[in-house]
Design a binder for this molecule. Structure first.
Ligand code: DAH
Length: 340
């Protein structure tokens, strides 16, 4: 029996030495410590030991079993620790690595320009009004002094939705809607989308305008020039000058076109100003007495000034954009260049 225990002890040592995984440890337990295992087998053989030696041999076997059990526990703990270490290593995070950058969006150049324009005019006390994009003929043309067969209708190629219903060709109908609902003094800005059947490098079938309207007693062309002078200085820089040129719009009399001195060459003449030293930026004038009358405002008591600015035109000049289409393609390489 003693030699059997000794042989088993050696076998236990050897087997345990070779154990590297939980599965192998479990096989070790099956082989030696389970009910069908070799140590239990020794117990079963106890019958062959002389009766007087049995207690002593039984004790030795029990001690042996306790030792093997302890070794088993020790190995189980060791394997557990190794497994934990392996997991820790594989799940390790290097907190010194640079974080993934998330690209932040930015405002569209049209929105940036529109916001800047609104900022300038709201600083002068203008309020914002937004009219409908689908208009009727009356607001878009007739009450703005453009009668049904007026040749000025040819200036704006119109998209019709139905008989006398159209996509507004300018933000000027906003003037009528404001004067219909408010009594003077009036000082409003009407920003918004407008539509014309027109498309080339500087024209798009949909674009944006910003209308301005001031109605009060004793409003003159001087007020218009003063306001627009301030506006272009804020948008294009303090050294820029304005000049008014006589023009024609049916809704204003007199009408003017407003030029700014070229901010690229300072007025000497360059590609941007086509050698003239001046760049046309907007149209405006003194509100036609018929337009005031059409809205129930007495032109003998009140006068008004109005202007219409193309937002794309201002954005293209400001940022040096040579094709209006770029503003609508949503190409991120283009859009990423604009930060407010
Ligand atoms: N509505 C005109 C256009 O789109 C621009 C314009 C001219 C607006 C003169 C005005 C103005 O308010 O007074 O062609």
């Amino acid at each position: 029996m003693e030699s059997k225990i000794k042989a088993l002890r050696e076998q236990v040592e050897q087997t345990l030495c070779a154990v590297q995984t939980k599965e192998e440890l479990s096989a070790f337990w099956q082989q030696f410590l389970s009910k069908k295992g070799s140590i239990q087998g020794l117990m079963k053989n106890l019958g062959s030991v002389p009766a007087e030696e049995r207690p002593a041999v039984g004790k030795v076997i029990n001690e042996f079993k306790a030792q093997v059990s302890a070794k088993y526990d020790e190995m189980a703990a060791k394997l557990e620790a190794l497994e934990l270490e392996r997991l820790n290593k594989s799940e390790q995070v290097d907190i010194t690595l640079p974080a993934k950058k998330r690209a932040a969006g930015s405002l569209h150049p049209i929105t940036i320009t529109k916001n800047q324009m609104i900022d300038v005019f709201s600083g002068m006390g203008f309020e914002i009004y937004e009219g409908p994009e689908i208009e009727d003929d009356d607001h878009n043309f007739t009450r703005l002094n453009v009668a049904k067969n007026h040749p000025a209708r040819d200036m704006q190629d119109t998209f019709y939705v139905a008989q006398d219903i159209l996509l507004r060709t300018h933000t000027s109908p906003g003037q009528i809607r404001v004067m219909d609902s408010q009594k003077p003094p009036i000082k409003v800005l009407v920003p918004g989308r407008v539509f014309r059947s027109d498309s080339d490098a500087t024209h798009s079938p949909m674009f944006h305008q910003m209308e301005g309207l001031v109605v009060d007693k004793t409003i003159t062309l001087c007020d218009l020039q003063g306001m627009l002078d301030e506006f272009v200085k804020k948008i294009f820089g303090g050294s820029v000058k304005t000049r008014l040129r006589p023009s024609y719009f049916p809704l204003t009399e007199p009408s003017v076109e407003v030029d700014v001195s070229c901010f690229e060459c300072g007025g000497k003449g360059c590609g941007l100003c086509k050698g003239t030293g001046w760049i046309e930026v907007l149209g405006g004038g003194i509100v036609h007495h018929k337009v005031l009358e059409n809205c129930g405002i007495d032109p003998n008591e009140y006068s008004g000034l109005a202007f219409g600015i193309g937002i794309e035109r201002i954005a293209m000049l400001k940022y040096g954009i040579n094709n209006i289409g770029l503003l609508y393609e949503n190409d991120l390489r283009f859009l990423k260049q604009f930060k407010d």
